[in-house]
Design a protein around this ligand. Structure first.
Ligand code: FAD
Ligand code: MLT
Ligand code: ZN
Length: 463
């Protein structure tokens, strides 16, 4: 065992240290396997004090620390570099629900709390924690905050940023920043917790959070709707907002090709329609009588917008529809590598983006396959592209760069963002400089320099 590992073991104890290569292996690879890293050890601190001691030890030795939650991130931000010198700091042992305060509609949890556990703790107290995404059984609250995660309920409740009332963060010099206040109004100088939301482990180690809770939104109605075009989905969203107000919890767009991958690669996954449609929307409302939703869908069918629709009769049917949606990433991973574009545009530009994106891809390479799906309710699409499988690696990367740049330029022209919810990590560093260069990026780097001058927190990520 290295001297560093021995010193770390004195802090976290033998069951808080992992040096076994086999145990480390799954922590060294990004979820899709597109990035690999090396590390000699992983620490799993059991308390904030232990995190402080680990950070101080690494700071003294100028050793890089890679905070890791569930390692479900999509930008290789949670895996170490290839040097083997960085320490993985897993928050998995700091997973307690510290307290739930139903009267204040808040709860305090530790960063290693699995998202699904936080959802369950809220509902056990008669409250609702709305952050929800396909990885919720594995991802952790700390990772959700560090990536400013989005998911399927952003349209009504916002991203992780909107759900955080307070944070406890260990800074690069071992200082504990405690802003664990459960207040909706707290305006005393700068709102410093905001710096760490979406910071991807590069500004501080999140050890706990106070989260906003909501009252149970009431009866859920879930429908899978068949449409003739993606543009029709944008029209349907407008019609539903007009008809049902802001009680639309989720509005997910999926192309036929994507659901085709799910039916092909995911066991017991099949669409509840006799014939395929070019596009689908999986939508969910809460607190809306099923009849009201049905009436809107019937009216839009009569208008020729909705081709077909299935309204889940019960929770089991609703869960089966959501399983189709949440299986997309796995189906896409099995199908093979794709150029992933997690982009957002203003809702009013979504139809233009979809139409010009299709035209763009057709001119770049007619043999491309578009794998498009995502949270169109908040203007966020996963506009992924599959290149011909017989391309050499060099050609794949060269052509991929051209295609990705063209898509991101279109998004930028439409006032959108090239990174809607997954963050930057290693995967999109070069694009950050291109689309956020100048005063915005300069200020980001000033903040990084001020908070982590020795660059020990997740070195090589974001910048
Ligand atoms: P990790 O992957 O472990 O880490 C992510 C980043 O956070 C890294 O930079 C890491 O260093 C940092 N970090 C982790 N913990 C801490 C901490 N305690 N303090 C400081 N930094 C920390 N994302 C979405 O936004 N929306 C989706 O709909 C969505 N769906 C997904 C579906 C699937 C099937 C999968 C596999 C992923 C999906 N993701 C989605 C991506 C991913 O789940 C989210 O980014 C999630 O928030 C990552 O959480 P994690 O705990 O796995 O973080
Ligand atoms: C999703 O919306 O399913 C996720 O963001 C994951 C992905 O993009 O693959
Ligand atoms: Zn997503």
């Amino acid at each position: 065992m290295t001297a560093l590992a021995e010193q770390l073991e004195r802090i976290v104890g033998s069951n808080g240290l992992t040096t076994d290569p086999d145990e480390l292996q799954p922590r060294l690879t990004e979820w899709r396997g597109a990035y690999e890293g090396r590390s000699r050890c992983m620490v799993r601190p059991a308390s904030t004090d232990e995190v402080v001691a680990v950070v101080r030890l690494c700071a003294a030795g100028n050793i890089g620390i890679v905070a890791q939650g569930g390692n479900t991130g999509m930008c290789a931000a949670a895996v170490p570099d290839m040097s083997g010198d960085q320490v993985i700091l897993s928050m998995e042992r700091m997973n307690r629900i510290r307290n739930v305060d139903p009267a204040n509609f808040s709860m305090e949890v530790e960063a290693g709390c699995i998202l699904a556990s936080a959802q369950d703790a809220a509902s056990a107290a008669g409250r609702f924690f709305p952050l929800s995404l396909g990885a919720e059984g594995t991802c952790q609250i700390g990772g959700n905050i560090a990536t400013n995660a989005g998911g399927i309920n952003v349209g009504r409740y916002g991203t992780a940023r909107a759900l955080v009332l307070g944070l406890e963060v260990v800074l690069a010099n071992g200082t504990v920043l405690n802003t664990l206040r459960a207040l909706r109004k707290d305006t005393a100088g700068y709102d410093v917790k905001q710096l760490f939301i979406g910071s991807e482990g590069t500004l501080g180690i999140i050890t706990a959070a106070v989260l906003r809770l909501f009252s149970d939104p009431g009866e859920r109605s879930t429908a899978l709707v068949g449409l003739g075009s993606a543009a029709a989905a944008v029209d349907l969203l407008a019609a539903m907002k007009d008809g049902l107000g802001d009680r639309i919890e989720s509005f997910e767009l999926v192309s036929q090709r994507v659901f085709g991958l799910v039916e092909r690669f995911i066991p017991d996954a099949s669409l509840p329609f006799d014939e395929p449609h070019a596009w689908y929307v999986l939508l969910e409302t809460a607190g809306v009588p099923k009849d009201d939703l049905e009436n809107v869908l019937v009216a839009e069918a009569q208008r020729g917008l909705v081709r077909d629709a299935v309204l889940a009769k019960n929770t089991r049917e609703a869960d089966a529809l959501w399983r189709l949606r949440h299986s997309i990433s796995e189906a896409e991973r099995i199908d093979g590598k794709a150029l992933k574009h997690d982009v957002s545009v203003p809702l009013s530009s979504m139809q233009e983006f979809l139409q010009r994106g299709d035209e763009l891809l057709a001119t770049l390479r007619p043999d491309l396959k578009l794998v498009a799906f995502g949270h169109v309710g908040d203007g966020n699409l996963h506009y992924n592209v599959v290149l011909p499988r017989d391309l050499s690696d060099d050609d794949w990367h060269r052509e991929g760069e051209l295609i990705t740049g063209a898509i991101y330029d279109l998004v930028d022209e439409l006032g959108g963002c090239f990174s809607a919810e997954h963050g930057i990590g290693q995967a999109k560093k070069s694009w950050l400089a291109k689309y956020r260069g100048g005063p915005e990026l300069d200020l980001m780097m000033t903040l990084k320099q001020a908070l982590d001058p020795a660059n020990i927190l997740n070195p090589g990520k974001v910048f």
